[in-house]
Write a protein that binds this ligand. Structure first.
Ligand code: NAD
Length: 287
């Protein structure tokens, strides 16, 4: 029997509508600033989606675009300005940076005021997630995709507690924070990555499989445990269009539940980024 599809839009729309109501009740518009260096086409699409989501919930959006010839000082100064701008409550830098600046990624992340770090990548926010995940999830800034995966599972009433969750990918943006949140939700977590020696063997054990590798169709359907919940985070542009990190056609025949690509995790990421912006705004009123 084909798997039940875990569409992101119904859950994401519910969150966006709630945030829209919350913003309407505020005296001031929360503001998000996104820094883009260069003209990476994928980054431009992501930024357009973020701008549209801000418009939808009634927040201010500012795009700071620097040329790919920008110096490290110009980039860091742009972030300092946003840190000091009281109308801006959330700041993100769109990665990847152009190759000549890519070594600055960690410095850029650490330069963003942790209270405004809506991507949840600053070491202070990573530490909070690691030491007190429940508090971080409710009041802190946690990477939006990881938070979105947990929300999606909650929306479809798929409780990770007691399940063996296998996460393929260990990035700071997706794999690691997803592992932290699933651990906090009482799943037993195994984390696989590019140097894992027998990926197939691990994937086969997963009651809940999260794949975030950026490798198109890496996981064939016959690796998946029958009835498993499959969260495919990958977004890969191929000649046949957007595909995930699982081979959707064969995975759909084995899984019990699976996210489509596109239309699964993607909408959740945007919704949770907006939730982070509102959290950052609310926290700014307390400090
Ligand atoms: P990344 O490149 O930072 O990390 C990829 C991870 O996958 C690494 O930890 C690596 O060890 C692992 N990996 C790579 N090849 C592997 C292999 N053959 N076997 C096992 N593990 C392997 O990428 P990321 O930022 O974590 O993003 C992963 C994917 O998710 C990308 O396709 C990205 O576009 C997508 N993404 C989607 C959303 C969304 O909202 N849907 C959000 C963020 C990222």
């Amino acid at each position: 029997m084909a798997a039940t599809l875990l569409y992101g839009h119904p859950a994401a729309d519910q969150i966006i509508n709630r945030l829209e109501d919350q913003v309407q009740a505020l005296d001031e518009k929360p503001g998000l600033a996104a820094v883009l260096v260069g003209d990476d086409p994928a980054s431009q699409i992501y930024l357009r989606n973020k701008k549209e989501a801000c418009r939808k919930i009634g927040c201010h959006f500012e795009n700071i675009i620097l040329p790919d010839t920008a110096t490290p000082e110009e980039l860091l100064t742009a972030i300092d300005r946003l840190n000091n701008n009281p109308a801006i409550h959330g700041i993100l830098c769109q990665f990847p940076l152009p190759p000549v600046l890519s070594h600055l990624k960690n410095q850029v992340i650490s330069r963003i005021d942790p209270h405004k770090d809506v991507d949840g990548l600053h070491p202070v926010n990573v530490g909070r997630l690691s030491t007190n995940p429940k508090k971080a999830l409710n009041h802190g800034l946690v990477p939006a995709t990881a938070k979105g995966i947990l929300e999606l599972l909650r929306f479809y009433q798929l409780d990770p507690a007691g399940k063996h969750a296998v996460i393929v990918g260990r990035s700071n943006l997706v794999g690691k924070p997803t592992a932290q949140l699933l651990l906090a939700a009482n799943a037993t977590v195994t984390q696989a990555h590019s140097r894992t020696s027998d990926l197939q063997k691990l994937v086969r054990l997963a009651d809940l499989l999260v794949v975030a590798t950026g490798q198109p169709r890496l996981i064939p359907g016959d690796w998946i445990k029958p009835g498993a919940v499959v969260i495919d985070v990958g977004i890969n542009r191929t000649a046949s269009g957007l595909v995930g990190d699982t081979d959707f056609a064969s995975a759909q025949d084995r899984a019990g539940y699976i996210t489509p690509v596109p239309g699964g995790v993607g909408p959740m990421t945007i919704a949770m980024l907006m939730a982070n912006l509102i959290t950052a705004y609310q926290n700014s009123l307390r400090s």
